[in-house]
Ligand binder design. Structure first.
Ligand SMILES: Cc1cc2nc3c(=O)[nH]c(=O)nc-3n(C[C@H](O)[C@H](O)[C@H](O)COP(=O)(O)O)c2cc1C
Length: 363
């Protein structure tokens, strides 16, 4: 496996796959904050929303927001949900035909009832041998594509019925079947996204894993990223919710690593203070709305009310970092059109807004 994601030029942070959030608009917004090296964005993993392998083979890619990819996107590692050989194979071959793939991630962490019912997502962690078989299906499908498509797996922590040693044995099995790296979100399925992510499990796993480990869970600010890298030895850090709120985390990390700033931003330095970050959130949200209109309405052909709901979900996820986020959320929920929402956002950010460095993560 020759992955650009774990060499010294690779960026240490990546976005998490999140249903309803990790679509082309969020990726584009974050990419605009990526620091550069030799005038290029340094490689990192770009996920998609979770794509269901039962449906994907029948879908036309780009006809919905989950499968829309904007022009020139590279280093895509879409996430697949599935457990059947043929469905996984058809999905990977289809994705490879249409996209410039840099890998495929298998979801073994989704705890929702629907996934449990079909015995995929986190339920695969209940049967290590079958889970390893699923990796093998994906590796064999990738081999048929006749190019290097690494397969990764995103896992949760094991519950109290299993020990961390068992998790290590599980990862060895996945690696034997050809998994190229593992992402660990160290919360159990029962915890969903509540409670605290147990970074000690990342450290434990990293010390024993034959393949790279990406650590995930509870990143809020730049220092959390460097703490996770240092405390756990993880090969990379994955951030979900925080990157929806402050996508300029990428720029802040780049500054610490003496990388060149993103191209095309008016600011010379990444926003730092609570007030600078509050103002940047407002600019970022307007850009997010514009791109939702450009991609999802004009290119994909979605109806405005559906796109509005996506933006409302985005705000509901990240408003917790704003001092008066509940007010912004109420304004967004009241908006009937994108223009009405833009007016509310413009008004709201006319006065100074404070963005908290840390907040309680409940969702
Ligand atoms: C709204 C939402 C949807 C999510 N959907 C997925 C998913 O489809 N696949 C997955 O592997 N993880 C999913 N996650 C979990 C995230 O990838 C990540 O593991 C979790 O949010 C912890 O990281 P964070 O603290 O940086 O947000 C989702 C999280 C959120 C908030």
């Amino acid at each position: 496996m020759n992955s650009p994601f774990f060499d010294k030029h690779s960026f240490p942070v990546c976005l998490a796959p999140m249903v309803g959030l990790s679509h082309a608009v969020l990726r584009a917004v974050i990419q605009e904050y990526m620091p550069t090296q030799d005038n290029k964005i340094s490689p990192t993993i770009w996920p998609t929303e979770m794509l269901n392998s039962r449906r994907l083979p029948q879908e036309i890619l780009g006809c919905n927001s989950e499968t829309y990819v904007h022009e020139g996107e590279t280093h895509l590692v879409p996430q697949l949900l599935g457990n059947q050989n043929q469905e996984i194979k058809d999905s990977i071959i289809k994705l490879n035909t249409h996209w410039d793939l840099s890998g495929i991630d298998i979801n073994m962490g989704c705890p929702v009832q629907k996934a449990l019912k079909h015995n995929y997502g986190v339920s695969l962690m209940g049967d290590f041998d079958y889970a390893a078989q699923v990796v093998q299906y994906a590796v064999e499908a990738a081999d048929e594509c006749e190019r290097d498509i690494p397969i990764s797996v995103k896992l949760r922590a094991v519950g109290s019925d299993k020990s961390a040693d068992e998790l290590c044995r599980f990862i060895e099995k996945l690696a034997e079947k050809g998994a190229s790296w593992i992402t660990l979100h160290p919360r159990t399925a029962d915890q969903k996204r509540r409670g605290q992510a147990d970074w000690d499990q990342i450290k434990f796993l990293k010390a024993r894993s034959p393949i790279p480990i990406i650590g995930n869970g509870d990143i809020q600010i730049t220092s959390d990223i460097f703490s996770m890298l240092e405390e756990t030895g993880a090969d990379k850090v994955m951030s979900g919710r925080a990157l929806t709120a402050r996508p300029w985390l990428m720029w802040q990390v780049g500054e610490k690593l003496n990388m060149a700033p993103p191209s095309g931003k008016d600011l010379l330095k990444a926003p730092q203070t609570e007030v600078e970050e509050g103002a940047e959130y407002g600019r970022m949200l307007l850009r997010f709305i514009d791109l939702c209109e450009e991609y999802f309405i004009k290119k994909v052909g979605l109806k405005e009310n559906l796109v509005l709901r996506k933006i409302q979900f985005f705000i509901r996820t990240n408003h917790v970092w704003l001092q008066f986020g509940h007010r912004l959320m109420a304004l967004s929920n009241r908006s009937q059109t994108l223009n009405e929402l833009r007016d509310h956002v413009n008004d709201f950010f006319k006065s100074e807004q404070i963005m908290y460095k840390q907040t309680e993560l409940r969702q």
